[in-house]
Write a protein that binds this ligand. Structure first.
Ligand SMILES: Cc1cc2nc3c(=O)[nH]c(=O)nc-3n(C[C@H](O)[C@H](O)[C@H](O)COP(=O)(O)OP(=O)(O)OC[C@H]3O[C@@H](n4cnc5c(N)ncnc54)[C@H](O)[C@@H]3O)c2cc1C
Ligand code: SF4
Length: 496
């Protein structure tokens, strides 16, 4: 703890955001830079609380009080050393993590919590600027060859750790660029893509090989993969979207959110908009929200990203609807501190303009004579507790049509694609359809490991990095009989 009275002297401050009316005209990051002095003042708010619950609130077990202390002392190099001992990519989590650590910060019991996420971003940015982040290839190679399938945060973290352990790592990605959902899901206004390129340059210099445009299971068969490599790490994400099979689903103007979002990320990076993030051709070519009434179906992160992107396209109106009831404005009593709170969240995209409605049932997409979407039929719901189970009941007379020329389905993802690679490898699936493992090792093939959304189900970047690191440790043990890779220090408190 740098300053014993810091939490009494300073209030929580976050970086300023660009004006919504300015930022909806571009795809640049929303937050303005946080100066070193701002970060130092915020780090001074970290108390000597004794039991830092933030450690276990962070899925990576980041050692938060220690890096706060180093920032307060302006010892940025040491701060980065502490942070990078648990997190391979703080420049990503410092920008897009929902920061469950802050929900379990002890100061947060009766005051606004320490601004941990932005301190983390500052440490990463200062470390890059001052050259503290240098390629550090392993001094000895083990001679073992590892294939990582999928280049999202789980695959990148696993690759970085396995390379550090001295294995020769090749990352295969079917898309035309590395990064998974960091690249082709999360919009640039949340995560500009130069941040990924900057990290990939370090990993390449450390010896990790990246191969794009390789759909493993098709271009490289499962049998070749297991024959050519000593170990296979599957990190292909959760890619089967939850559909909405109601009348009119086939109309032009109804699309899965990921088609819309991945196209826009491609435009920003001047890539051809021909195939989606899976390498599959888009059905109806370019999808634009310009001049349309847009309805986003689904209230989560993906939905919020569709809202922000639609406003940047110049939509006439943007409405987001959700089946579930509106969450409470404050922390709900069933998620007391230090748990991740169940509560209403308003994103920067919502601030830019959007009508939000909860407890809405979607009944049908209505088309015109040319097969184009023109309206969405909805009805209001109430949720009733029947024998301890919440049941939805439609409110009589509430059915109505709202104008809508573009509907984006953002109701989440079911599980990874089973056909092809996973079936060819003879893998088992858990009851949610994710790859079944015992401590990251698949239950049917001992040289095949899995991590990230493909194993855990759709989740967060911070969990993907954590899974990639933990799976790499288990894989290194399998290959070498022991491992020197860092173990996660704490058991997890919060699940987000
Ligand atoms: C729109 C959107 C916004 C999000 N926003 C946030 C956010 O703000 N904060 C946050 O923490 N989380 C967010 N998430 C969740 C987060 O992005 C994911 O949890 C995380 O990226 C999962 O990482 P992963 O490495 O497991 O998989 P992914 O990132 O999905 O990467 C998997 C990669 O594997 C590739 N692949 C799959 N099969 C094959 C194959 N056979 N051959 C070759 N390559 C293959 C895919 O092309 C993909 O690139 C968001 C998700 C979405 C969809
Ligand atoms: S990775 Fe996320 S949860 Fe962990 S310290 Fe950073 S902001 Fe907090």
């Amino acid at each position: 703890m740098g300053k014993p009275t810091g939490f009494l002297e300073f209030t929580r401050e976050l970086p300023k955001k660009r004006d919504p009316q300015e930022r909806i005209h571009d795809y640049k990051e929303i937050e303005m830079p946080f100066s070193e002095q701002d970060s130092q003042r915020q780090s001074a708010r970290c108390m000597d609380c004794g039991t830092p619950f933030c450690h276990s609130g962070c899925p990576l077990g980041n050692i938060i009080p220690e890096f706060n202390d180093a920032v307060y002392e302006q010892n940025w190099e040491y701060a980065y050393e502490i942070l990078s001992s648990t997190n391979n990519f703080p420049e990503f989590t410092g920008r897009i993590c929902p920061a469950p650590c802050e929900s379990s910060c002890v100061l947060g019991i009766n005051k606004p919590p320490v601004a941990i996420e932005f301190i983390e971003k500052s440490i990463a940015e200062v470390a890059f600027e001052r050259g503290y982040i240098k390629p550090t290839p392993p001094t000895k190679r083990t001679g073992k060859r590892v294939a990582v399938v999928g280049s999202g945060p789980a695959g990148l973290a696993a690759a970085a750790q396995l390379n550090k352990a001295g294995h020769t790592v090749t990352v295969f990605e079917r898309a035309d660029q590395i990064g998974g959902l960091l690249r082709y899901g999360i919009p640039d206004f949340k995560l500009e893509k130069w941040t990924i390129d900057r990290r990939l340059a370090v990993m390449e210099a450390e010896g990790v090989e990246f191969k794009t445009g390789v759909n493993v299971g098709v271009d490289l068969k499962a049998k070749e993969l297991t024959e050519q490599f000593d170990l296979v790490m599957l990190t292909g994400g959760s890619t089967v979207p939850r559909d909405l099979p109601i009348p009119g689903r086939e109309l032009k103007g109804v699309y899965p959110a990921m088609e819309f979002l991945s196209q826009q990320n491609k435009r920003v990076s001047n890539r051809p908009v021909e195939v989606d993030h899976r390498g599959v051709a888009y059905n109806d070519g370019d999808i634009w929200a310009t001049g349309k009434n847009v309805v986003v179906i689904g209230g989560g992160d993906t939905g919020s990203d569709c809202v922000g992107t639609s406003n940047r396209h110049g939509a006439t109106s943007v409405t987001q609807i959700e089946l579930m009831p509106m969450p409470p404005k404050e922390r709900a009593t069933n998620t007391p501190w230090p748990n991740w709170p169940m509560m209403l969240r308003t994103s920067t995209s919502h601030e830019e303009g959007c009508e939000r409605y909860w407890s809405i049932n979607t009944k049908a997409f209505i088309g015109d004579e040319n097969g184009n979407l023109k309206a969405l039929r909805i009805a209001d719901l109430t949720w009733q507790n029947e024998g301890g189970k919440m049941q939805m009941v439609e409110l009589p007379g509430s059915e109505r049509d709202i104008p809508c020329e573009l509907a984006l389905l953002a109701a989440g993802f079911l599980h990874p694609e089973h056909n092809g690679l996973l079936d060819d490898l003879g893998l088992e699936f858990d009851d949610r359809g994710n790859v079944k493992t015992t401590h990251y090792q698949t239950t049917t093939n001992p040289k095949v490991f899995a991590a990230g959304d493909m194993r855990r189900g759709q989740s967060l970047v911070v969990w993907a990095i954590s899974e990639g690191r933990e799976a790499a440790r288990a894989a290194d043990c399998y290959l070498m009989g022991e491992t020197m890779l860092e173990a996660k220090a704490v058991s997890m408190l919060a699940t987000v």
